[in-house]
Structure formats: C-alpha cells, structure tokens
Design a protein around this ligand. Sequence first.
Ligand SMILES: [Zn+2]
Length: 61
Amino acid sequence: MADDIDLAQACEELDREAAIAARPSPKLAPGVPGDCEYCGEWFSRLVGGACGFCRDRYKLP
Ligand SMILES: [Zn+2]
C-alpha cells in the first residue's frame, strides 16, 4: 500500500527532526554573547565566534 509507505516515511522524517531538535550541540551553539572574533565588537549573539554582520560579510555558515 503506497499510503502506508508514505505515512511511515513521514513519521521517520518527524522522528529525525525531533531527534535533531532535541540533541544539544555544544560546538555550534545557537548563539552566545561575547566579542566578535572578526570585528571585535561585543554582541549578545555570536555564532562560531562571529556576529551576524561578520557572518554576512565573510559568508560564514
Ligand atoms: Zn563582527
């Protein structure tokens, strides 16, 4: 039954997303306060040590 397979795949997709959302990621924190490593300005939210402006400027992930 195609419908059963689609449903099973949809459930697997949800399980994977839930697992990813629940997993803590210490290396890539969503955002930490501190001095930007690129421009030296203090920001309340740095990702990978870079502020949002520098991530745009240097095409950082
Ligand atoms: Zn910066």
